[in-house]
Design a protein around this ligand. Sequence first.
Ligand SMILES: [Zn+2]
Length: 479
Amino acid sequence: MINFSKSAAFIAGNITQERKNYITTKLGVKQLCSSDKYLGLPILMGKSKATSFGNLSETFATRLRGWSSKTLNQTARTSLVKSVLNTIPSHYIGNFKLPKNIIKKLNSIQRTFWWGHKSNKGLYLLAWDSLNASKQEGGLAFRNLDQFNNALIAKLAWRLCIESDKLWVQVLKPKYAPHYLMLATPRRWNASLVRKVFDTHVDNLILNMYIPQHGEDTLIWEPNREGTFTVKSAYRALTSMISPTTQNSNKVPKLVWKKLWSMNAPHKIKLSIWKYLKGIVPTLVKISHYKPNIDTMCPHCKVDNETIEHLLITCPYSPSVWLDMNINVSNIQHHNTSVTDWITSWFSNVQNMDAEEQNTWIMSLMITASQIWRNRCNNKGIRGKYFNGGINAEQAECLAIKEALNWASNFHLHPIFLESDCQNVVLFINDVVPHVHWVNQGLVNEIKHQLSARPEITLVYVHRSGNHVAHTITNRARF
Ligand SMILES: [Zn+2]
């Protein structure tokens, strides 16, 4: 039974339009043109595959436009890339081998979104391919579209081999796979075909295999234990052939990745430890590899360049943060241990500690390390109350002091000790050092003026670790 209203014919070759019209009218069906689609799929591949698949990347990009990558954190973006993005094209990639440039474009859309950039021009600290690697290989297990496409196409090939009773197989097989590797009576290999299909090493192995003369032939899919084809096993087999190209992944043992991801911690904490291990925390020194000419001096202590080691271990501010968590990092400081080695050592078994104690211990380390980076970003004005894009730590502190002064005046409070952990600002206001950044001088002069009228207010410098109450409150406020 043919439903003519749902049928159509495509007529190729040198046939005049008049003749085409005649044929389709006679058949009682619509006429198809080469760009027509069925269930969203191109029916005919034109000369340019890129044109046929053009709207795939459009759909992909449109789907993402609904989400602002800036307002979502990286954990949320990771889930989105994995769920939304990879589910869209499965009906496409299950039937067609996608052109390389389309794969490249789709990867680029995902990559831009995941890094939180608006355009393709942002800073990419890690190749997309290495993010595709499994979590145990140090990646984030994003799907490798190219290999997933291959695995799905392989499924079609597998079905072509085993579904010999299906009509589509009976039509396609004589055209695309008319020859058999095995010849009948007596059963033997089709040697010339085997040699044509496989390379020398493999064809020798095949041709030397013993062939039983009785019994039935069965097709076995070796990558799956049950011997039947699954897309998952094909994908795994294909991706295991690609070695991750990440610079740091070799140094970190698989067991460490495994333990990290199995920790019962919020994903954002695990993701930040993953970044430390990968060496992709965007410290000023790291950014300077991509953008030379920036000032790489640690904005907090102004003593050394801001590397990942400095930030976490040697910056004068860091040991006090670790000490708050009862962790002494002086040993690590003295031995010049790299951050990767140090974090790796967290996950090795510690003597005299049971599993639960050890988990708690690792959790404290992980939370502290990730908090140090968060604090650093907050201090740099990336987030925070006074943030409007370009504010620096000094300015944020000045604004905070000014607000505290206003607040104290409004409530007629006195005497007052105002504590700040920004040494430079305090010293300048109290006339000890000659200058702050010129941008903040006007603001600081206003504060000085206000203070001169209020002798009962004293501004003192207190190290961050000395102000536990404020420290705890700000930490709580952030979660
Ligand atoms: Zn520092």
